[in-house]
Design a protein around this ligand. Structure first.
Ligand code: ZN
Length: 113
């Protein structure tokens, strides 16, 4: 009896260690799983401040001096600034991403060449 009592937790501990080790090396393979992982990450981020979405660090968070800012369609502040340029692979159209420095709304508009 006494052996069973001491053996059981030891066995369970070894088992959970093995399961954890396996879980850690399991690669995230499918897009679905990656998407779920990203969702968890986003939810974790939201937990820090549920009322105010955290500003994304790689997006501009202030209007640079002299920048041409427009009114943001989402938050209504004069904080929408032209940001990155990219060329669409399929249509070959030059697209400018506009970013709002206040609410970080992103908008893509065709850019005159
Ligand atoms: Zn905005």
């Amino acid at each position: 009896m006494s052996t069973a009592i001491t053996e059981e937790p030891r066995r369970l501990r070894a088992q959970s260690r093995r399961i954890r080790a396996e879980a850690e090396v399991t690669p995230i393979e499918t897009a679905n799983e990656r998407c779920r992982a990203e969702k968890v990450r986003d939810e974790t981020k939201r937990c820090y401040d549920p009322h105010m979405p955290a500003k994304v660090p790689w997006l501009p968070s202030v209007v640079p001096p002299g920048a041409h800012a427009e009114r943001c369609p989402k938050c209504g502040r004069m904080a929408l600034i032209p940001w990155t340029l990219r060329r669409d692979n399929q249509t070959k159209v030059l697209l400018r991403t506009w970013a709002c420095t206040e609410c970080q709304q992103l908008e893509e508009r065709p850019e005159p060449e």
